[in-house]
Design a protein around this ligand. Structure first.
Ligand SMILES: Cc1cc2nc3c(=O)[nH]c(=O)nc-3n(C[C@H](O)[C@H](O)[C@H](O)COP(=O)(O)OP(=O)(O)OC[C@H]3O[C@@H](n4cnc5c(N)ncnc54)[C@H](O)[C@@H]3O)c2cc1C
Length: 422
């Protein structure tokens, strides 16, 4: 039996462990943290956003880019850095901002997201009773509310175009939005229209990471940081690691998968494998529900404020913002204040705001929002990383696709859009 070692036990690495273990591989999961799901996957927006996969790089984003540079408080902000890799990433981002490219990427990501939905459902269904997949996935449906009536025609066109690929979506007027989510009746800002997608779901990404890592039966090597690779005859032969106490050791395997999220680019740089991944910081808060009737049941996205709301049991997770400012995890209190204000304006009386559990995470973003799934030019070294704003949504499909590629099988969907370009 082949032994595969996966670097990173976020939602992507844990899903990869599950996919490979189900195919009969012996799997080891290595992570610098003390348990799975402590990086970008920890307290994200919780959206299984299968029909909302449009890339960040669009013609509209290109027009807005100078504004992001000027304002620190806009939902998206950018601070230039003097690293060549940063400017290369930005140049590729700008090249990706064409309508043709947006459509190609959206189509490729829709295929991957639908595959993800099917694979997760299969794993839940087929989990053996002695090792169940211990996570709740709730098909809440997603309502995207728009404040600007001028955007309705474009939304209608997008819904019609996506229907060709199997998305089930409807444009609703403001009253229909409030019928779909009665808690919006108290929203202090007017709603122009909304888009309702009944198939979307929510789940806690940290719980899913943990559940997949556990259900896979993989061997865990937590508190273990990978600091380099041992190569022999042009192949990666082992990982060089340090444990929490600083002791060094090597981990040998037949093949290695890099799922190190925002840490992947730095890890592979010394091998001469440049990964076009930049960290894009986002924030979340998790609020206890004070009045259940006033809190949203369905997953709500406020398109103008670029915030998502997901009900997770007795709490609502609110997430958003995109800061292209390097790998800085400090929490800007103005972002937390803005989310609290938006939450209490949109759902007045719904939440206790005493302890908002502020969190910041780094989305591992490629310029065109396409994850990197497949081989590298170094023998035995594979990639499953760069999932940007959609890692939770795309995790299970990406893992399944990689396992097919590693076994030289015909993949379920075209893998070419996700290949690393040399
Ligand atoms: C605010 C916010 C909201 C989001 N909302 C959503 C959402 O609603 N839906 C959605 O689909 N996606 C969402 N995302 C994106 C999603 O969270 C990410 O795409 C996803 O978590 C990436 O998973 P990952 O496993 O690649 O990375 P991570 O979860 O960061 O995991 C990488 C792991 O690698 C480990 N690691 C790194 N370097 C090393 C090393 N050298 N040695 C050992 N271990 C290492 C880290 O410790 C970490 O555990 C959101 C992201 C943010 C920030």
């Amino acid at each position: 039996m082949k032994h595969i070692c996966i670097i990173g036990a976020g939602v992507i690495g844990s899903a990869t462990a599950m996919a490979l273990a189900r195919e009969g591989f012996q799997v080891t999961l290595v992570d610098a943290a003390d348990r799975p799901g402590q990086g970008a996957s920890r307290a994200n927006g919780a959206q299984l956003s299968y029909s909302y996969v449009e890339p960040l790089a669009t013609p509209a984003a290109l027009r807005a880019l100078p504004g992001w540079l000027l304002s620190r408080d806009s939902p998206l902000s950018w601070q230039p850095r003097w690293q060549l890799s940063h400017w290369r990433w930005l140049a590729a981002f700008i090249r990706a901002c064409t309508q043709a490219r947006v459509q190609q990427t959206t189509e490729a990501l829709l295929r991957l997201s639908f595959l993800s939905r099917d694979v997760l459902a299969r794993w839940q269904r087929e989990a053996p009773t002695e090792r169940p997949l211990g996570v709740q996935v709730r098909q809440a449906g997603k309502l995207v509310i728009h404040r600007d009536a001028g955007k309705r025609d474009a939304a209608q066109r997008q819904v019609a175009w996506q229907a060709r690929f199997g998305c089930r979506q409807r444009v609703l007027d403001a009253d229909a939005c409030r019928r779909q989510e009665p808690a919006l009746a108290h929203d202090r800002a007017p709603i122009a229209f909304g888009v309702w997608t009944p198939d979307e779901a929510v789940t806690d990404a940290q719980q899913l990471s943990h559940a997949l890592a556990e259900a896979s039966g993989a061997r865990w090597r937590m508190d273990t940081r990978v600091v380099g690779f041992v190569q022999r005859d042009g192949r990666v032969h082992a990982l060089r690691c340090t444990d929490a106490g600083g002791a060094e050791r090597e981990i040998e395997a037949d093949a290695f998968v890099v799922s190190a999220g925002p840490g992947a680019a730095a890890l592979l740089k010394p091998l001469g494998v440049p990964l076009p991944i930049e960290p894009i910081k986002g924030y979340s808060i998790s609020l206890q529900i004070a009045n259940a009737a006033r809190a949203p049941q369905v997953s709500v996205t406020d398109a103008a404020r670029k915030l998502v709301y997901a009900r997770l049991g007795e709490r609502v997770r609110i997430a958003g913002f995109a800061e292209l400012r390097g790998a800085d995890l400090r929490i800007d209190p103005r972002r937390i204040e803005a989310m609290l204000q938006a939450a209490t304006d949109t759902f007045p009386g719904a939440f206790q705001t005493g302890d908002p559990e502020p969190w910041a995470g780094l989305r591992p973003a490629t310029p065109g929002s396409r994850p990197l799934i497949g081989a590298t030019r170094i023998g035995g070294l594979w990639l499953n990383t760069g999932h940007g704003a959609l890692g939770l949504t795309l995790a299970c499909g990406s893992a399944w696709l990689l396992s097919q590629l590693m076994q030289d099988r015909t993949p379920s969907i075209d893998a070419a859009p996700f290949r690393l370009q040399d």
